[in-house]
Structures are given as structure tokens and as C-alpha cells.
Design a protein around this ligand. Structure first.
Ligand code: PEP
Length: 243
């Protein structure tokens, strides 16, 4: 199965920095890569990034979409428009969206369904908080989020799941490889439609220095990378660490 390394730039970047970063990555990636690579910039930067990746092995993703196709939803972006402007992937249910915007599993499921309908590949994020892990609730939280967030019609060919322990995002802390393997195996078991081929990414403070051991962990098929995806050399080290 091909690995996927997706860079989530979050609310970072300018015209100048996005151009420099994307052009640098496109030059390194060339026209073919053994790994799928996706860049998920803030929406206003999508056209610039799309132009800069033309002809390269890089693909484009967005950080969120609305569940509806169009309408009175000020500030939101539809999956259809993201597809129209060149996106292949869209992240849904990131813990920052769940926390900052109160997104429930039902909302995430509706967004993922809209992505599938538009022909985008949703990257559906799940993960426990530190308090939930300390209370021994990790498996229950993951089960609830996976079953509640994945839409009808999700298959291993059209959907990616990202396990992102909330306490590991942007903190420099990472889950142990044993914990990652355990949760990925659980997610695979919960995914009834083609579990063997399901791509499950790990996310949470992945960087060049720890990528090799994380990406070699059983059941890990790539990474969703936040902070380190803004650094050309560090992001490339992660890509190069894929087995
Ligand atoms: C993320 O936001 O998806 C993420 C994993 O962030 P970071 O790599 O900075 O922890």
C-alpha cells in the first residue's frame, strides 16, 4: 500500500512563503514519487499551491469543507468547489475543528460524505484527549469517533483515517509506537469495508527526527504532519523516511 504524507499548514503561510515552500517541495518530489504527498494550505493559498505543484508528484488538499453543496454559509467552502479548484484530499474532523468549532461526529460524518460525493478523498481525523487517555477511555473514544465519523460508502479506496492523539498535536509529545500500533489495529478492525487496504495515518508531533520509527510501526501507512510540514527540509525528511 502506498504511504501518504499529508502536510497540514493550518492557519500559517503567506503568498511568498507558500510559493517558496511549494516550489522547493515540487523540485524535490519531481514527477514521480513512491509516496503520495499532499499539501493542505489555508484555502486562499490553494490556487497558488495548485499552480506551483503542476506537473509534480505533489497533490493538493484542503483543511475542511462544509457538508452542504452550496448556500448561505458565510465563511465556509464546499467540497464541490475544492474539487473544482484542484483538490484531491480534504481533512475533516481535525481535533482543532472539533474543539474550536464544536464539530461533533455527526458533523464530521456529513462533511466526509460531502467530500466523497464531490470526488474528494476525506482524511478523517480521530483521537483521544490526554484526560481521556488517563481515564483509560482511549479505545471507547476511538470506537465512538470511527463509527460516528465515517460515512456510508466509505471504502479503503476512497477514504483515509488519521489517528491523532489530541495531546500529541503541536506539543512535541508523541504516542509510543506500541500505543500507535494498538490504536491503528483497533481502527482497522472497526473499518468493515476493506480493512486490509485502509490507509491509516498517524499524526501528532511527527518530525524528521522521529519519522522513521513511527512510519515503520505496524499498521501505520503515513503521517498527517502539522508544524514540521512548514519546514521544507524537515517535511522532506519525513517523506524520505517512508519505508
Ligand atoms: C496536526 O495538526 O494534524 C498535527 C499532527 O500537528 P503537529 O504535527 O504540529 O503535531
Amino acid at each position: 500500500m502506498r504511504y501518504l504524507i499529508a502536510g497540514n499548514w493550518k492557519m500559517n503561510g503567506s503568498l511568498a512563503s507558500a510559493k517558496a515552500l511549494t516550489e522547493g517541495l515540487a523540485a524535490k518530489a519531481g514527477t514521480a514519487s513512491k509516496v503520495d504527498i499532499a499539501l493542505c494550505p489555508p484555502s486562499p493559498l490553494i490556487p497558488l499551491v495548485n499552480a506551483a505543484i503542476a506537473g509534480s508528484a505533489l497533490a493538493l488538499g484542503a483543511q475542511d469543507c462544509h457538508a452542504n453543496e452550496k448556500g448561505a454559509h458565510t465563511g465556509d467552502v464546499s467540497a464541490l468547489l475544492l474539487k473544482d479548484i484542484g483538490c484531491r484530499y480534504v481533512i475533516v474532523g481535525h481535533s482543532e475543528r472539533r474543539a474550536d468549532h464544536g464539530e461533533t461526529d455527526a458533523v464530521v460524518k456529513a462533511k466526509a460524505a460531502a467530500a466523497l460525493k464531490a470526488g474528494l478523498m476525506p482524511i478523517v481525523c480521530v483521537g483521544e484527549t490526554e484526560a481521556q487517555r488517563e481515564r483509560g477511555e482511549t479505545a471507547a473514544v476511538i470506537a465512538r469517533q470511527v463509527t460516528g465519523s465515517l460515512p456510508e460508502g466509505a471504502t479503503s479506496a476512497n477514504t483515509v483515517v488519521a489517528y491523532e492523539p489530541v495531546w500529541a498535536i503541536g506539543t512535541g509529545k508523541t504516542a509510543t509506537t506500541d500505543d500507535i500500533a494498538e490504536v491503528h489495529a483497533q481502527i482497522r478492525g472497526l473499518f468493515k469495508a476493506g480493512p486490509d487496504a485502509l490507509r491509516i495515518l498517524y499524526g501528532g508531533s511527527v518530525k524528521g527526527s522521529n519519522a522513521q520509527s513511527i512510519l515503520a510501526t505496524a499498521g501505520v501507512n503515513g503521517a498527517l504532519v502539522g508544524g514540521a510540514s512548514l519546514d521544507l527540509e524537515d517535511f522532506w525528511r519525513i517523506i524520505a523516511a517512508c519505508p
